[in-house]
Structures are given as structure tokens and as C-alpha cells.
Design a protein around this ligand. Structure first.
Ligand code: GDP
Length: 472
């Protein structure tokens, strides 16, 4: 700060002290203090998103449409507990991988590729459920192209089914429905389809756009059809990548191995990663030492939608960190350094999520045109009343979107969704769990608790009134 203003650092320290803050030269100042101090020297402060600035700088050139080739879709399986997510992943892995590939899957790389009867490939992420999906998204990363929503035919649409639906919708990821356990006596797929339609997932035979397959993860019935439907969805999406460019990918998991150092599971999203490439993954610099696929085979190069296990890191990146290969090694090191610095600063100065109090200011800056809300309440009746009343508060400038509702306490999963979608959480006659409260504090998510519907509506209304951008 002293450098930027062209004054001595001691002067800045003195100024801080005169403002009542005892600081040392190594200390980082928070935004409010920086503004105060700068004002003392006659400067106006403008904060910019440093991470975005760096990414803009290194933004690799756009792909020439001629270089783009179809790539295989990347799938996450979601659904209520015990509806068969793990069984489905297991069945597909055994049926579609072991047969073709010598040795089958010998190691965990966070995802695996299967080949369907039609000879096309699909990549499945190993971790089922919407928590991992949304945790990744709250870190700004999206790995999934299509969600397979598993619902047990002998059960019903359950709370986590609804969460999965809302988390996928908030991410804008299409869903293919797998109605599982069709081998069971009580299987009633029609009931499931009609319940799903109440939650906006309307299958094709009801005139909607969600494809559905009736399957059994035990007998394998319907699984080929399910995979074909996933491929149809993928075709509609025209998923493409350019294998002839420097690689971009995402860290799915990482760990430290005694012999190899940091080992990370990476999903390549675009381009081709080659042995010897310098790279940066989040704040970590590295150079590709070795790559292996899920069959334990060494690879010299890995192209789009390929999951790999990678070694060659200087340090350990985190799940959700983005991996890029810049043109020059020097740039990779620079980016790693800058990202480290930003991380340090961000851990001191949390990333700001939207709060009701902050709405009008951010609206005036043109930053906000929608207000995403998650509603948790004690009973369904209150949820309906609240969503109806809040949605009516939408104006031309600001649309109020209820992105998820549910009965019961506010959970970690709600907070993650809020973080990923920059939403606020309204609790009516319910409270957050203690882990949810802690997470909300860390992520600076605004949770508002009410026991009178009118109060909730009033508060949001007031915030929106304040945030209306001036008419011209
Ligand atoms: P998850 O919690 O969604 O991952 O569910 P699991 O895959 O662990 O399955 C929960 C239970 O349902 C297990 O006992 C499975 O054996 C059983 N199950 C899963 N799929 C099927 C199926 O297609 N048919 C039958 N009969 N049971 C199934």
C-alpha cells in the first residue's frame, strides 16, 4: 500500500496507529482499513478481483472451431441415500470396463471411462452425490456435463432426490433419470415419474425433456439403454474440445504418497497434457513427471475427458483447483506465485457472498440482477407460502429465484449450494446445524431466521426496494 501511494511504510504504520490500529510491517490490512488509510493520503481505492485479473492475462486463445472434436461426456451420479448410486456405478464399471480392458480398473483415479455397445465413450466421476458436485462448484469448478439422477422404483422421490434436482438445476446441468431397482416386487416407475414431474423433472413421455431409463443395478436390466440415453443427451449438448492445444483440467482429488510425493487425480477438460509439460494447478507449480490411467498404464499424453493420476507437483493442490499449461514455464511459475498470494489474502479477507444488507450497494454497482434464495422451513405449507410471496417480489430489475426449498434444519449441503450459487438462506421455524453454521461463517453466507412469514417477506422486500437500480 505504501508503495502504491509512494509514501514510506513507516508512515502508513503511523497512520494506522493514529487510527487506533497497532500494526506491524508484515501485517495485511483488511479492505476497510485500506480505504481509511488511503483516504488519509487523499487516494480513492478501487478493489479489483485479482484472481480474475490473472486469469484474463493468461487466458489462452480461443479454439478455432475447425480444431474442435467431439469429446465424451462426464457424468456424476446423484440421488437419495440407498437408492443405488454406488451399485449403479459398480455395475457399469464391472460390465463395461473389465470386459474390454486387460486387467480392468486397478487403481483409483477419481473417474473412469467406459465404452458403450455403440463404441462411444462416457467418463464417470467416482464420487456420487450432490455434496461433492456442489463443493467443487463452490470453488468455481465444474467438472460434470450430465447428471444421472437415481431414484429407487420401490421407494419415492425423497429429500435428497429433491436436493440433487435443485443442485443440478442451479448448476445448469441436464439430468437423465435412472429409475433403479426395477427387479424388486414393489417397483412402481409411473409413481416415480409423476412425483418427479411435481419437482420440474418431466420425462419425455409426459411431454418433458428429461430422458428416463428403467434399470436394475443388480440384474443390469436397462443399463445399456441408460448409457445410450446419456449419449443422446451428450449429442444434444454438442460437447467438444480441441485436443491440439495446451491442456486444461481440474483436480478431482490429491494426496501425498511416501514414494511419489504429491499424487493428484486430474480430469483433462480440454487440450492434451504431455509428459514433461510445465503446469500450474491452483497455486501449485509442477512439471508432468508421470501419468497413469485407471488401468495402471503409463501414458505419454492424455486428451479431453481423460481421467489420470498425475505426479510432478511442487506442492499439493486441492480438489477443485484448475490445472492449466501456459505457453512458457516462466509463466506457470509466475501464475503459481500470484495465485499463492491471492489465496493467502483471501484466507484473511473472505470472498464476499451476497447478503441482504449488501444488496443495494452491489446492485448500484451493477453487480446483481438476481436474488437467489434457499428456503428451509418446518413444514411444507410454510415453504409454499414463503416461496409464493417471495417470488412475487421480483421486479424488472431484479428477479427473485427460489433455487431450493426443503423441510428440516439448514444443513451443510444447503450452505454449499448457497456458496456455489451466491444465494442467501432463509430459515422459517428452523435453525442451522452446528456444522452448517460454521461453514456459513467461513463462506460468509447470509442465513436469516424467521418465525413469522410476514417478517421474512418484509425484510426481503425492503432489501429489494433499496436495491432497485435508478430508473433512467
Ligand atoms: P447408495 O446409497 O445410493 O449408493 O445406494 P447403494 O448402491 O449402496 O444401494 C443401497 C442398497 O440397495 C444396497 O443394499 C444395494 O444392494 C441395493 N440395491 C441397489 N441397486 C439395486 C437394484 O437394482 N435392485 C435391488 N434389488 N437392490 C438394489
Amino acid at each position: 500500500l505504501a508503495d502504491l501511494m509512494g509514501v514510506k511504510s513507516n508512515d502508513v504504520i503511523t497512520t494506522c496507529m493514529s487510527l487506533g490500529m497497532m500494526v506491524s510491517i508484515n501485517q495485511r490490512l483488511d479492505a476497510a482499513t485500506i480505504e481509511l488509510v488511503a483516504e488519509e493520503y487523499g487516494y480513492d481505492v478501487e478493489f479489483v478481483d485479482a484472481e480474475e485479473m490473472i486469469e484474463d492475462e493468461i487466458e489462452v486463445e480461443e479454439d478455432d472451431p475447425e480444431d474442435l472434436e467431439p469429446r465424451s461426456p462426464i457424468i456424476t451420479v446423484m440421488g437419495h441415500v440407498d437408492h443405488g448410486k454406488t451399485s449403479l456405478l459398480d455395475y457399469i464399471r464391472k460390465a463395461k470396463v473389465a470386459a474390454g480392458e486387460a486387467g480392468g480398473i486397478t487403481q483409483h483415479v477419481g473417474a473412469y471411462e467406459v465404452e458403450t455397445d455403440s463404441g462411444k465413450k462416457i467418463t464417470f466421476l467416482d464420487t456420487p452425490g450432490h455434496e461433492a458436485f456442489t463443493a467443487m462448484r463452490s470453488r468455481g469448478a465444474q467438472a460434470t456435463d450430465i447428471v444421472i439422477l437415481v431414484v429407487a422404483a420401490d421407494d419415492a422421490v425423497m429429500p435428497q432426490t429433491i436436493e440433487a434436482i435443485n443442485h443440478s438445476k442451479a448448476a445448469g446441468v441436464p439430468m437423465v433419470v435412472a429409475i433403479n431397482k426395477m427387479d424388486k416386487a414393489g417397483a412402481n416407475p409411473d409413481k416415480i415419474k409423476s412425483q418427479l414431474s411435481e419437482h420440474g423433472v418431466i420425462v419425455e413421455e409426459y411431454g418433458g425433456k428429461n430422458q428416463v431409463a428403467e434399470v436394475s443395478a443388480h440384474t443390469g436390466e436397462g443399463i445399456d439403454e441408460l448409457l445410450e440415453k446419456v449419449l443422446i443427451e451428450a449429442e444434444l449438448m454438442e460437447l467438444q474440445a480441441n485436443p491440439d492445444r495446451l491442456a486444461q483440467g481440474i483436480v478431482l482429488e490429491s494426496r501425498i504418497d511416501k514414494g511419489k510425493g504429491t499424487v493428484a487425480n486430474i480430469l483433462i477438460q480440454n487440450g492434451t497434457l504431455k509428459v514433461g509439460d510445465p503446469f500450474v494447478a491452483g497455486p501449485v507449480f509442477g512439471r508432468v513427471r508421470a501419468m497413469e490411467n485407471e488401468h495402471g498404464e503409463r501414458l505419454e499424453a492424455a486428451g479431453p475427458s481423460t481421467p489420470i493420476q498425475l505426479t510432478g507437483f511442487d506442492d499439493t493442490p486441492q480438489a477443485g483447483d484448475r490445472l492449466i499449461v501456459p505457453k512458457e514455464e516462466k509463466a506457470a511459475k509466475e501464475i503459481a506465485n500470484q495465485r499463492q498470494q491471492i489465496r493467502r489474502e483471501q484466507s484473511l479477507r473472505q470472498t464476499k457472498h451476497l447478503t441482504l444488507d449488501d444488496l443495494s450497494r452491489r446492485m448500484a454497482l451493477g453487480e446483481v440482477s438476481e436474488l437467489n434464495i434457499i428456503i428451509k422451513a418446518d413444514v411444507d405449507g410454510s415453504i409454499e407460502a414463503l416461496s409464493g410471496a417471495l417470488q412475487k417480489l421480483s421486479t424488472e430489475e431484479v428477479s427473485v429465484n427460489i433455487i431450493h426449498t426443503g423441510s428440516g434444519a439448514i444443513t451443510e449441503s444447503d450452505v454449499l449450494l448457497a456458496s456455489a450459487s451466491d444465494a442467501i438462506i432463509i430459515g422459517f421455524q428452523v435453525r442451522p446445524t452446528s456444522t452448517a453454521r460454521k461453514l456459513a461463517e467461513n463462506e460468509s453466507i447470509d442465513i436469516r431466521l424467521f418465525s413469522v412469514i410476514y417478517d421474512a417477506v418484509d425484510e426481503v422486500h425492503d432489501a429489494l426496494e433499496g436495491m432497485l437500480s435508478p430508473e433512467i
